[in-house]
Write a protein that binds this ligand. Structure first.
Ligand code: NAD
Length: 339
């Protein structure tokens, strides 16, 4: 692919995230165009395609990948559909940006890692967009520079205003804490080795059967501890915070000090209501980085191995939820491609 050629992207899944990525590729990102969209809901795919010049609608991912205008694939279908689409894309040696989770469990994620390793070069970037959030990037730079010595602990907070019907306690780990699993591995440069989950008496706002909030504790290979408050029905908004504690100092991100208003004897600001608002810039920067790297013929960002490792942490987390026990994370040997 030459740097001059516009990247033709097939977007698979045109729900909330997929439709937003179509808009982003069409209106925000230079150097790419949405050549095709895919959804098992034919009406939804057609409605999204009609908003974009020269975009074809499909109900079958493989057919879209074989469209001559398609050079790369953005997967935004639900997690259980990811493995099939990833393997089809890898079989065609197509570059992929895959929304998190890579796949919903460690065994299927490992199959994707092995398929890419067999290909012999990276083609998959996983949509862990926090790595593209300017605040997270600054924290990562600070920690890598050793500004505070060794990082001893991370204190993380992840709160959602509310959950859709059917949201389960396991989903708090697989859909929500998966972001902290990746962010912690990335910030610390270490694998997570064990998980514990503690549960207070649930909030009165929690739907019946949902443990909310929960406290998740990660141990890492380098001896750091990471605690995560996950509270998915806090009612007041979407908040993601992370405080790193080092030997000589601490640093915290996520306080959302954007606009501060002073009026009527009080000061204050607004709290984002969802991830689309809080991480808008991060999604733009993530997709831009993917398009730019792909046009250069490179694959950068969170890898299939990162997606697999996060899936393995979540699997241990769901077991820890059920048993109340400290649960080790089992990881396969890392293929040379990801070292
Ligand atoms: P959604 O339910 O709104 O949309 C999913 C769409 O995919 C639907 O239109 C559905 O019909 C379609 N679909 C289902 N199976 C399909 C298949 N086999 N092939 C093609 N299309 C199929 O879901 P969403 O909230 O947009 O989530 C999509 C993905 O994005 C998930 O992996 C989710 O975890 C991820 N996500 C990431 C973030 C983030 O912050 N990075 C936030 C939300 C969701």
């Amino acid at each position: 692919m030459t740097a001059q050629k516009t990247l033709g992207v097939a977007v698979i899944g045109t729900g909330r995230m997929g439709a937003d990525h179509v808009r982003r590729l069409d209106e925000v990102i230079a150097g790419a165009r949405v050549a095709a969209v895919v959804d098992i809901d034919a009406g939804r795919a057609k409605a999204v395609a009609e908003r974009v010049d020269g975009c074809s609608a499909y109900t079958d991912a493989a057919a879209a990948m074989d469209d001559e205008g398609v050079d790369a694939v953005l997967i935004a279908s639900p997690g259980p559909a990811h493995e099939a689409a990833l393997l089809q894309a890898l079989a065609r040696d197509l570059p992929v940006l895959c929304e998190k989770p890579l796949t919903p469990d460690a065994a299927s994620a490992l199959r994707v890692v092995e398929a890419e390793a067999r290909l012999g070069h990276r083609r998959v970037q996983v949509g862990f967009m926090r790595r593209y959030d300017p605040e997270y990037e600054r924290l990562k730079t600070l920690l890598d520079e050793g500004a505070f010595g060794r990082t001893l602990m991370l204190h993380c907070v992840h709160r959602n205003a509310g959950t859709p019907p059917g949201f389960t306690s396991q989903m708090t780990i697989n859909d929500s804490v998966v972001h902290e699993a990746d962010a912690a591995r990335w910030l610390l440069g270490q694998e997570i080795t064990a998980v514990r989950v503690l549960r207070p008496t649930p909030s009165g706002r929690a739907p019946a059967g949902l443990d909310d909030p929960q406290l998740v504790l990660f141990e890492t290979a380098g001896g750091a501890l990471v605690d995560v408050e996950i509270f998915v029905n806090c009612g007041f908004g979407y908040q993601v915070r992370c405080e790193a504690v080092g030997e000589h100092g601490t640093a915290r991100i996520g306080d959302a000090h954007g606009l501060c208003v002073n009026a009527a004897g009080r000061w204050g600001g607004e709290i984002a209501q969802d991830y689309v608002e809080r991480f808008r810039d991060a999604y733009d920067r993530e997709v831009r980085a993917w398009v730019d790297a792909t046009r250069r013929g490179e694959t950068t960002g969170p890898s299939a191995w990162d997606g697999y490792a996060a899936a393995a942490v979540c699997e241990a987390g769901v077991r820890a939820q059920a048993t109340g026990e400290r649960t080790p994370v089992g990881l396969a040997e890392r293929p040379a491609l990801y070292r």
